[in-house]
Design a protein around this ligand. Structure first.
Ligand code: GUN
Length: 292
């Protein structure tokens, strides 16, 4: 069994980006700038945004975080987005999800200038991605593709089963893997899928992205399959310093004995998401200044 090391792979991606940033600096250009809007005090969201800021520092980007109160109005949040759309010093920005219930998420994402949409969540980018046109690819699906690529895991003609149809992971990765050059036969499953095990047991690659800890059991997978675990649920654990631990959607200890490749949680897909957000930001910058 080979562990798909997202930490190591994300560092490789970040080193390449850092080299490009150094070249830009030597040429006298300003460095790329990623901004993040963080609404409220959700612990996980705060951690993710902090990790994104740290990654910006590592690759040499400027970053800024706009912290908004959880009772912010829709209008005020839209105003902040328009401000970032118009700020020429910001190359890309994200709105950390989830947003409070009173906020209309789709309207917020629709307000982001697609050229600055580093998360690739705007319908223009999603539509372009679905058509195989140049676009920002959502960072988690992009990170999964990069992991598969770095470990030379073949997808052409392979059976891929994805568990979970979210807008930011399951659905986009299902579209991407079915396209050229990946050419996989993709089954997108969800909570209404019948006989899920029958499907997963035939899969060469399983992507678990449903958010239920240890959902994918050893008896649901084929010997030699590749397993990508997107789950990152916080489980209370008083034996840890933080008071919780992160658990994936895969029953790792048992599944790992049966498969060829598997991502750990933490240290698998999570770091890749952040690295690919950096890549999208650099791409936004390069497109803006028409740099190849
Ligand atoms: N919440 C969970 N994943 C993501 C992500 O990739 N981007 C944003 N903006 N919010 C998220």
């Amino acid at each position: 069994m080979i562990l798909l090391d997202g930490k190591k792979t994300s560092l490789l991606v970040q080193e390449t980006i850092a080299k490009e940033v150094n070249i830009l600096k030597k040429k006298g250009y300003r460095v790329p700038h990623l901004a993040a809007i963080l609404v409220g005090d959700n612990g996980a969201s705060m951690t993710y945004v902090n990790n994104k800021v740290t990654a910006c520092q590592k690759v040499g980007f400027t970053s800024s975080v706009l912290e908004m109160p959880k009772n912010i109005s829709q209008e005020e949040l839209l105003k902040q987005i328009h401000r970032l759309n118009e700020d020429d010093s910001v190359d890309g920005f994200i709105v950390q999800l989830p947003l409070p219930k009173h906020i209309h998420e789709q309207e917020i994402l629709l307000a982001i200038n697609p050229d600055k949409d580093a998360d690739g969540f705007h319908p223009t980018n999603f539509g372009r991605m679905a058509l195989g046109l140049k676009s920002f690819i959502p960072a988690t699906p992009y990170g999964i593709l990069e992991l598969l690529n770095q470990y030379h895991i073949p997808t052409d003609g392979k059976d891929v089963v994805i568990i979970g149809r979210s807008d930011i992971v399951g659905r986009p990765i299902s579209i991407l893997l079915s396209q050229k050059p990946w050419n996989a036969t993709v089954t997108l499953t969800h909570s209404h899928t019948q006989n899920l095990s029958e499907l997963t047991k035939k899969a060469d690659i399983i992507i678990a992205a449903l958010g239920i800890p240890k959902f994918l059991k050893a008896d649901m997978v084929k010997e030699g399959a590749a397993i990508i675990d997107v789950g990152i649920t916080r489980i209370a654990d008083t034996t840890t310093k933080k008071g919780f631990r992160i658990v994936g959607d895969v029953d790792f200890e048992y599944v790992k004995e049966k498969v060829s490749y598997i991502t750990p949680v933490p240290g698998g897909v999570g770091p890749m998401t952040i690295a690919m957000l950096m890549k999208n930001t650099l791409n936004a910058y390069k497109r803006k200044y028409k740099i190849q």
